[in-house]
Design a protein around this ligand. Structure first.
Ligand code: KIV
Ligand code: ZN
Length: 368
């Protein structure tokens, strides 16, 4: 496994393909600037052939002087490629379907014709001096021997990287590990993985691909994307850092602020228990847990919330204990006696037992 895993952020492309999400060029630029500060290696800024707004957005981002590589998506089609090149990104992400279900039923072309299209398109991009990453779309449902041939052809045509998309999210970690190991045997260029979350396995499959030798992960902030979304940047990066001992160039302390920005701009809310960035990811209510984290946070937290730009939250409710309620009161400058604390706790539990959510404001009102 290589030391620094590259993060290819596609929040502004696959993430923006989330049903109901549409960003203005100005919003995309605002987000690209924050992604750049976050430290992602590649920003896939959009799909220029899709609309005038996409072209404007990618151009604005390409001209913003960012440190990250600014990438534009294009089908393996000269017209798409010309449009993408016209907005002057650093790189093009060219894709073409390779599974039989796509080739025979949707595109109605042969495997050989597809190989020619792929080689021609990559050569065309390289003749114009752009970095080229190639994706065989629906790679994980493509016949393995044919997929290997596609990757070899892509490398020979000059592709700088080859990406293996799990377009419909049907992989398992073991299968992803095996697939990337097979692709590694036939190409020397860096391999990316692009996993969708249809079975909730996008992050696990991404990590398995990296364990097998992929050097780059395609991810989105908050895991937004087509259907059930893409692998979440925050989960992949934190797992790489803390569970796999792998570095990325992401400044993890900025993760939460960027996540909040994506939430605000896209209007896509998160489940409270979403790892890393969900409202409850560092919240504790039960008395046993609160007592533990008050004494030693590592007792019930895998890592410090500050590492991803967050703070710990102690929540009141029917599972609360003395430590939690005392902490909430002390944070507001109140120092109850033991007797008062017992009474406040009794009333908090009474509310909780009635099915009520007990906010900090409620606790303070009870205390007063
Ligand atoms: O999921 C997918 O296959 C894609 C391609 C454009 C790479 O997003
Ligand atoms: Zn995708």
């Amino acid at each position: 496994m290589s030391e620094v895993i590259r993060i290819f952020d596609t929040t502004l492309r696959d993430g923006e393909q989330t049903p109901g999400v549409s960003l203005t060029p100005e919003q995309k630029l605002e987000l690209a600037i924050q992604l750049d500060k976050l430290g992602v290696d590649v920003i896939e800024a959009g799909f220029p052939a899709a609309s005038e707004g996409e072209r404007t957005a990618v151009k604005m981002i390409a001209e913003a002087g960012l440190k990250a590589e600014v990438c534009a998506l294009a089908r393996a089609d000269n017209r798409d490629i010309e449009i993408a090149m016209s907005v002057e990104p650093n790189s093009l992400h060219v894709f073409f379907s390779t599974s039989d279900v796509h080739l025979q039923n949707v595109l109605k072309i042969s495997r050989e014709e597809a190989l020619e299209r792929i080689a021609e398109s990559i050569s065309y991009v390289k003749e114009h001096g752009f970095i080229c990453e190639f994706s065989p779309m629906d790679a994980t449902r493509t016949d393995l021997e044919y997929l290997k041939k596609v990757c070899i052809v892509a490398e020979e045509a000059g592709a700088d990287r080859v990406d293996i998309p799990d377009t419909v999210g049907i992989m398992t970690p073991r299968k992803m590990h095996e697939l990337i190991s097979e692709i590694r045997k036939v190409v020397k260029i860096p391999i990316s993985v692009h996993c969708h979350n249809d079975f909730g396995l996008a992050v696990a499959n991404t990590l398995a691909g990296i364990e097998a030798g992929a050097q780059q992960a395609h991810v989105t902030i908050n895991g937004i994307g087509e259907r059930a979304g893409n692998a979440a940047l925050e989960e992949v990066v934190m797992a790489l850092n803390l569970l796999y001992g792998k570095k990325t160039n992401v400044d993890t302390r900025k993760i939460y602020a960027v996540s909040q920005m994506v939430r605000r701009l896209t209007g896509i809310q998160l489940q409270p228990h979403k790892p890393i960035v969900g409202d409850n990811a560092f919240a504790h209510e039960s008395g046993i847990h609160v007592k533990g984290v008050v004494i030693d946070p590592s007792a019930f937290e895998p890592f410090k919330p500050e590492l991803v730009g967050r703070i710990r939250k102690i929540v009141a409710g029917k599972h609360a204990g003395r430590h939690g309620i005392k902490t909430i009161l002390e944070e507001s400058g109140l120092k109850p006696t033991e007797e008062q604390l017992a009474e406040i706790l009794r009333r908090v539990k009474e509310l909780g037992d009635k099915g009520k959510t007990v906010t900090d404001t409620d606790v303070l009102a009870i205390a007063r």
